[in-house]
Every structure is written in C-alpha cells, then in structure tokens.
Design a protein around this ligand. Structure first.
Ligand SMILES: *[C@@H]1O[C@H](CO)[C@@H](O)[C@H](O)[C@H]1NC(C)=O
Ligand SMILES: *[C@@H]1O[C@H](CO)[C@@H](O)[C@H](O)[C@H]1NC(C)=O
Length: 622
C-alpha cells in the first residue's frame, strides 16, 4: 500500500516536469499500441525514482491511449503473476536484458514486450547491439519468442528472425538467420515480419488422409511425392509466405493416440515435443486435451463421420420376380380383382332382378363363384371361352381386359429391369436400424470414436457406444474387411469413403448409412501461439475467400471420378453389355407351375368328391 502511494506521489511530481520521449513521441509504435488491449508498466523496485522519471516509461504511462497499470518488480527474479497473454513494458538494465535471466527470462510468446533500457544513455555501441542480438536469437531458437521492442533513448530495435546476416565468416546456420534491426514504424511485428519469411525453414508434416496422398520410394521407404488438396495448400502457403518447406516423414501413428499419462504419439505428439512447426493435414476441430500445446488454424473445410456397413445381400433369383414391383402394386392387383368380381356380381344381380337374363338351374352362390373365377381368368389375361349373355357384362369384361393389360405391362417391364439390375434386401438407413442389426462398429483412430456416440445424448447412442470396437492394427484395412468378410460396420469420413472406397460403393459391396452421426469442421494444427499462426491464418483465409481450396477439392474429386469411370468402363467392356437370361432365371416360373399343378390337383379331388356326394344325394331322393 505504502509503495503504491509513493508511486502516485512520484508520478504527480513527474507530471510537472515535461521532458518528452524523443523517440516514442514520433509515433513509431502507434499501430502496435492500437492492437494491445492493456499494458503492464513495470518499474524496477530499486530504481523506482529513476525509472518513474524515464521519459520512455512515462510515455507508456501518460501518452498512449492504451490502458495500463504500473507495478514495481525485482530485476533479478522472474515476474510473478503474469498472464500468458499479457503485454508488458519493462524498464530494465541492459546487462539483465542480455542475460535473458531473471525478469527477462519470460517464456510466453503471446504478448508484446517493450524493454525500455534503463540506465544506459545515448546510443548503444556496436558491441552492445551484437550482444542484444545474440540474446534475442537465443530466445527465438529456444522458444520462438520474437514480439519484442527494445527501446533506448534514441532508437527502437526489433529482432527480425528472418533477416540474413551477410555471410562474412559466419558459417553456423544460427548465424545466418536473424538480425537486430532498427524499427522504422508501421505494422505490428506479427504482420510486418511474416509478409516474407525469406526462405526460413519450417518443419511441415503431411500424412495420408482424404486430401493428402503421400507416395513412398519403394527402395528407401521414404517420402517421395505428395499429391492432394493439402499439398496444394502447403505449396500455396510456402509461396505466399516465402518459407522453405522442410517436409517431415509422415508419422506412422498419423493424428496420434493419447496414452494414459496424457502424452500423445503421432503428429500431436510431435507438436507437444516441439518436433513440428505446422501440420498441414486436416484435423477435426475438437478438444484433444492438449490446449496448452496445440492450436488450430482457421477452418479449411468440413466433413461428416459416417458409418458404413456391408451392403444388404441381393434377393435370390428364385423369388426375384415377386420383388420386381412394389407391394402396393401387388396389393392393388389382388384387391382390384375382388372389387371387379363384386361389381360384375352386382351387374348380374341387377340383370336377374330385371329379368334381362335368366340362368337356368344355378343358384346365386354358384354364379358368384363362377364370376370370381372368371374375373381372375380375365385378370391374368386368359380368354373366356364362354361369355355371359348380358351385353353390359360383356362390356365390363372388355374393360377388365384393358386393365389387366396395363398391369401386365407394368409387371413385364419391371421384370426386365430386375434381371439387369439385381435388387437387394432393405439396407440399414438409420442409427436405430444399425443398433437393431447388432453389428459392432470398428474404428482405427481414437480421435474418430471418442465422441462419436456421446453416451449422454440418448439411450440409442449409449447403446451404440457400447458396440464401438478399436482396431489397434495400424495396417488393417477395415473397409476391405467390411466389404469382403462383412459382419461388422466401420467409421470413416464421408469424403474418404466417396474417394477411396468408390470401387466398393459402385460394385455395391459397402453401404453408407445415410444418417451420419457427426459433423466436423477441419483445420490444420500448429504449436500454440506459434509466431506464424496469424500469417498462416491470413493466407488460408485468402485462399478460402478466393475459392481456391474449394476448387482443389473439386479437382481432386473430379480426378477420382475419372479414374473410377475408366475402371468401370473397363470392367463393363470385359463383361457382356447385354444380359442374356438363362434357365436359372426361370426358377420362379417352375415354382409357379408346380404350385399351380398342386392346386389344380386339389381342385380336381375337391370337385370329384363333390360330384360323388351330390350323385349319392340325388340317388337317395330317387
Ligand atoms: C524469398 O526468399 C528468398 C531468400 O531465400 C529471396 O531471395 C526472395 O527474394 C524472396 N522472395 C520474395 C518474393 O520476396
Ligand atoms: C507416457 O507414456 C508413454 C507410453 O505410454 C511413454 O512413451 C512416455 O514417455 C510417457 N511420458 C511421460 C511424460 O511419462
């Protein structure tokens, strides 16, 4: 408390003596300050007087619009209670700054740092500048910290990690990149420096995924070539930012699996261990529990996670014709026959009542039976050998014939189609069907499955979640297994199925359940607060706005379609284009003949028994 009052007193005193900061009042830092929401001004506890009187420190306290608060601190100790995204303006001694220790040993790279050199007056000597440069280079190499302004009475210096030193005797790689330069004003450093990275090497990893196809050298097993959308994006970024792409060998664990102690392997593991500067393979944007180490770029595209299952088996040839038309047509066909028979019977009754026709020796129910039989005979397009006497009834039979021709045409055309395009039993259409089918759902990458069926969502998802099964074999081809062996379902990205398993889809070996449980946006990943994050995002947004990424995706899909079409055409050329029906396709006809014969025999026996019975009855009467 006492310290604060002292500070306020000092500030009040200082206000009256208006010595101006010559360098800061020129407005060099204007744009940088506009971007900073708040700045902590730190004065050394031991030199509070001098520091509070420092013209540059006073500029931060009085002459900027940026809100600030003032603290005192101890140069030799690390700064307590600084948030990782805070921006600081520290008055500091030159030796302390060069040593990169104590208060100068900050390990965060999200904030902006202003180091006001406290005790050294006038210009820095050549020797001092070299020392500062060396300490800046160390910070860059160790932690990629660069967003710092070193303010002396006469100049502002920044460290440009991409500027090259003229090669005079310096052979180490470290010496070739990075220079301390006077700051000439303009944009904040993240924009200013990253317009042109001047060939600085960035470690980039791209592994196999939907939009990235690595090709390996068969002899060495090393990456030989890359194709796909992600590679196009990588090349565009390289050209726009002018960095050198130091392409890493793809990790065999791809995205990475989380182990029990929270560490990852794969690309996420590389990022955690500072082995990777940017991974240009799309990741689902979701929580991987590594928010302290990893960041996503802007979303570049999106995709769905879908379940694929073996295609339903084809309907066997023997009963195929029955399924040639829908059940509604069958139902209409059968019901209409009875309705028509009923109408015919009504006509007959009216005729009898009006005595237009007379039918001798037959009771009404016998006539009704005869009418039903005759209707069916007409209905299956057989001619009646004996027509009724009434012309009204004959007209009606004519209309029946016409309707039966239409039904017949429908049946015949459907039959022809059905032999060329075989029908399948009903496929799994919804998640509920999938649950009922009892298939286990196999996945290869935990990142795909860990929130696929979030158990709390519904009892259905809870039940499906229990059916998930992890295939740990990195070389397993789940799609192939589902297509050939069957008996299980798989999880994959929709586009990956469309592009990589198109052959299975076209040959009707697998089936994508139309209800996809999860929708994701997809981003690239980089280490958290990576210096190039903003630059990469800016360029990605430009590519997106220009529609280039969309175009590359369409291009890739087009190439897949063309390849598939060629394969299919070849397959069709080999197979006969015209389907010739064989004796095997006649199966149903034989069944119908057998069943018909059986029914006819039954009818024969029935009629025979009936005749005997009535003969015996009439003999008794005699
Ligand atoms: C890219 O960087 C190289 C240095 O590696 C430089 O010669 C070249 O001029 C830069 N390109 C652009 C467009 O600035
Ligand atoms: C975590 O576990 C993995 C193996 O599961 C091991 O390789 C790694 O060294 C462990 N990391 C730590 C920090 O214990």
């Amino acid at each position: 408390m006492a310290r604060k009052q002292l500070l306020q007193l000092l500030l009040a005193l200082m206000l009256q003596t208006q010595t101006l900061s010559q360098i800061l009042d020129t407005g060099l830092l204007q744009q940088t300050m506009n971007d900073i929401p708040h700045v902590h001004v730190m004065l050394r506890r031991r030199q509070l007087h001098e520091d509070a009187a420092n013209a540059n420190a006073r500029w931060f306290m009085q002459r900027t619009e940026t809100p600030h608060c003032t603290h005192s601190y101890d140069e030799e100790q690390s700064l307590p209670g600084v948030d990782s995204r805070d921006s600081l303006a520290l008055v500091i001694g030159l030796p302390q700054l060069i040593s990169n220790s104590g208060a100068a040993a900050l390990m965060q790279r999200a904030g902006v740092f202003f180091y006001i050199i406290g005790d050294t007056l006038g210009e820095l000597s050549e020797q001092q500048l070299l020392q500062v440069e060396q300490s800046c280079r160390q910070l860059w190499i160790r932690r990629k910290i660069y967003n710092r302004y070193i303010i002396t009475d006469t100049a502002i210096y920044i460290y440009d990690p991409f500027a090259r030193r003229d090669a005079n005797g310096m052979d180490a790689w470290e010496a070739s990149f990075g220079r301390l330069l006077p700051f000439m004003g303009g944009e904040p450093l993240p924009e200013l420096l990253f317009h042109n990275m001047r060939g600085y090497p960035l470690r980039v990893q791209i592994f196999k995924s939907v939009y990235a196809r690595p090709v390996f050298d068969p002899e060495t097993g090393l990456l030989a070539e890359l194709t796909g959308v992600d590679w196009e994006v990588a090349q565009a970024l390289r050209d726009l930012l002018n960095f050198t792409m130091d392409l890493q060998e793809p990790d065999k664990n791809y995205f990475g699996e989380r182990s029990a102690n929270g560490s990852y392997n794969g690309a996420i593991g590389s990022i955690q261990n500072d082995g990777l500067d940017i991974c240009l393979t799309g990741f689902f944007v979701k929580d991987y529990l590594v928010q302290d180490d990893m960041d996503f770029t802007v979303a570049v595209y999106d995709d769905q996670l879908c379940i694929y299952v073996p295609k339903a088996s084809p309907i066997p040839q023997s009963i195929l014709p029955i399924f040639a038309v829908g059940y509604d047509i069958w139902l209409g066909f059968i019901l209409m026959a009875f309705v028509c028979a009923f109408i015919w019977l009504l006509l007959r009754v009216i005729n009898l009542r009006l005595r237009i026709v007379t039918v001798a020796g037959r009771r009404l129910w016998q006539q009704a039976l005869a009418i039903v039989v005759d209707t069916w005979v007409v209905w299956v397009r057989v001619n009646l050998s004996h027509l009724p006497d009434s012309y009204a009834e004959r007209m009606f039979i004519g209309s029946l014939c016409l309707v039966s021709v239409i039904f017949g045409a429908i049946f015949e055309s459907s039959l022809a189609t059905v032999y060329i395009h075989p029908l399948h039993y009903k496929d799994i259409m919804t998640m509920q069907d999938l649950d009922d089918s009892g298939l286990k759902v196999v996945y290869k990458y935990t990142s795909m499955a860990d929130d696929l069926f979030f158990s709390e969502t519904s009892p259905l998802f809870a039940s499906l979640n229990k059916k998930l099964w992890w295939n740990r074999d990195l070389n397993a081809d789940v799609t192939l297994e589902v297509a050939t062996v069957g008996g299980k379902a798989g999880v994959s990205r929709y586009n990956s199925l469309i592009m990589e398993s198109a052959n299975f889809l076209l040959t009707q070996r697998i089936w994508i359940v139309p209800e996809c449980p999860k929708y994701y946006t997809i981003s690239y990943v980089l280490p958290r607060d990576a210096p190039w994050e903003e630059a990469v995002n800016t360029q990605l947004l430009r590519l997106l706005n220009a529609g280039l990424i969309h175009k590359w995706i369409l291009d890739q899909k087009y190439r897949v379609t063309m390849r598939m079409r060629t394969i299919l055409n070849q397959a069709e050329d080999n197979a006969s284009p015209i389907r010739v029906l064989t004796i095997g396709d006649l199966q149903l006809a034989f069944y119908v003949v057998i069943v018909g014969t059986l029914l006819a025999s039954l009818g024969f026996i029935g009629e025979h028994v009936w005749l005997r019975h009535s003969l015996r009855g009439s003999r008794k009467k005699l």
